[in-house]
Ligand binder design. Structure first.
Ligand code: 6LW
Length: 499
């Protein structure tokens, strides 16, 4: 929220591939989650601007299993969230072993969601669900192809057929969504790939399977070849507000630093207004400061900046790498503390014992009180197993460890008194001078003294924790980990450092 009003991204941090639906005055939105567990975060809003996470659709092993060999940025790809026949429907792809396309349903989007119905007859990614006037369910997916399905059983009817897939030569036609609006069926797709060439295109036809006539103004949204502060715009979904206005949610990134620009928060969810001209949508600007909305803003509950782990269940925004067995992560062993029990792996391993939350601000600070008496663990900001910065406590020593690709270094170490210690990291703009080679930010890791002063042990270049360096589809996650033994965390606090 800027000081002039609602601001984009409406869901900051790594929340890509947004899919939205509305029931009455309530909006719901789902995003991809890749190798993190639980999967598919779900959000609620009353005004399209303030979003509150209400749960995760895939929050138990019978819905989501991500073995240790699931690569980072694999696992759960793009979902589609719809409401039909008094139920919420979510279709999504687990691109990893034994996954494939699956449907889960719920009467309450906060959960519980059903066990998955598998769709062996639907290949590919980015599945969409749409029902026609006869109640037939059409599943359209990247490529772009379509097949009729029974979403209750997972049965498919016939073989998938190719639909309109963008202009000749359009790269990566994906993220299809099908809508019945007025006299037409509209097919909205992403083109160009999810990098700087990303865009949104649309076509319309008189039946859900076409034939489709492309919009003369395609791509109806792209920021390629512009210096717009939001780049990679694409992978969109449309929703109509109760007042009849239309809106688009989409993914975008906010590169920082010099050239080529590095984005560190992953692909975030943005909002843009849509108007209609000649029965074609016209997308307004994906502006950092949103226009005044034609309805009152309804701020939802805001997550407290500090979690004291007083509840038996963790907040829905806490995510772990590939799984979170109760044997390794509990708030029940030491009431009011989060206990992480290592399994002989550290952050360099795919089955690290890590519990984190998405970094949602370009400048921010995270702190945690850790008791390392029985083990080694601490605070980290990670992109994946090969790209993370950490400050860890082990007995009476604290050390900063940097992992960037094949390089792993203990950057600093210092003795600390025995007992619990507050570890912290701050993420800020790089110090001047800035030029074309300046990175997006710097990460300072240190120890908070009993009098509250912060002693920095190391300040590291943030570009090595960016997608442009690491690759992949996720964004930074900041959290707590255990590398050896048992490590207890009394509290964790995260706060933005500027509006
Ligand atoms: C997603 C595809 C894409 O399935 O990237 O940006 C893939 N678009 O549509 C992973 O997010």
């Amino acid at each position: 929220m800027s000081d002039t009003g609602p601001a984009n991204p409406v869901i900051p941090g790594f929340h890509p591939d947004p899919s939205i639906c509305r029931v009455g005055d309530d909006y719901y939105l789902a995003c991809s989650s890749f190798e993190y567990f639980p999967g598919v975060p779900l959000f609620h809003s009353r005004d399209l601007v303030h979003w509150t996470q209400i749960g995760n659709a895939l929050d138990r092993p019978s819905q989501l299993s991500l073995a240790a060999d699931v690569p980072s940025s694999a696992g759960i790809y793009a979902p589609t969230l719809r409401h039909h026949d008094e139920r919420f429907w979510l279709i999504v792809t687990n691109v990893s072993e034994g996954g494939g396309n699956l449907v889960v349903t719920a009467t309450d989007p906060a959960g519980p969601w059903s066990d998955p119905v598998r769709l062996p007859g639907v290949s590919g990614i980015d599945p969409d669900l749409a029902w026609d006037e006869d109640g037939i369910c059409w599943c359209t997916f990247a490529g772009v192809a379509q097949v009729r399905i029974d979403p209750h059983t997972g049965e498919t009817y016939g073989t998938p057929r190719k639909l309109w897939s963008g202009a000749p030569g359009d790269k990566a036609p994906e993220a299809p969504h099908l809508y019945r609006i007025g006299d037409y069926w509209y097919l909205l797709i992403a083109v160009g790939g999810t990098e700087r060439g990303h865009g949104v295109a649309i076509a319309r036809g008189l039946t859900p399977s076409g034939p489709f006539e492309p919009c003369p103004a395609n791509p109806i949204l792209t920021h390629r070849s512009t210096d717009h502060p939001v780049q990679n715009t694409g992978h969109a979904d449309l929703v109509q507000a109760p007042d009849g206005s239309w809106w688009m949610v989409l993914l975008g990134v906010r590169p920082g630093g010099g050239t080529p620009g590095w984005h560190v928060l992953g692909r975030e969810t943005f909002l843009a207004p849509v108007t209609w001209v000649d029965d074609w949508p016209v997308v307004g600007e994906v502006a950092p400061d949103l226009p005044r909305l034609p309805w009152p803003l309804v701020p939802g509950p805001v997550e407290e900046p500090r979690d004291d782990f007083e509840l038996s269940e963790l907040r829905p925004s806490w995510i772990s790498v590939r799984d979170r067995p109760a044997a390794h992560c509990t708030t029940k062993e030491r009431p009011g503390w989060l206990t992480l029990r290592a399994r002989g792996t550290d952050l360099d391993e795919p089955d690290a014992i890590f519990v984190g939350r998405r970094q949602q601000h370009l400048s921010c600070r995270a702190r945690t009180l850790v008791d390392p008496a029985e083990g080694t663990g601490g605070l980290a900001v990670r992109l994946d197993e090969r790209h993370h910065y950490a400050i860890e406590a082990s007995g009476s020593e604290v050390r900063v460890i940097a992992r960037a690709g094949s390089l792993r270094t203990v950057v600093a170490a210092q003795p600390v008194p025995d007992g619990p210690v507050v570890l912290g990291l701050t993420i800020t703009d790089p110090p001047p001078p800035h030029d074309s080679r300046t990175g997006p930010d710097v990460v300072s890791l240190g120890v908070e003294q009993p009098d509250g002063t912060f002693t920095v042990l190391a300040t590291l270049d943030g570009r090595y924790l960016s997608t442009e360096v690491a690759g992949g589809f996720t964004g930074r996650v900041i959290g707590m980990y255990a590398a050896a033994g048992t490590v207890h965390f009394d509290w964790f606090a995260y706060e933005p450092l500027r509006p």
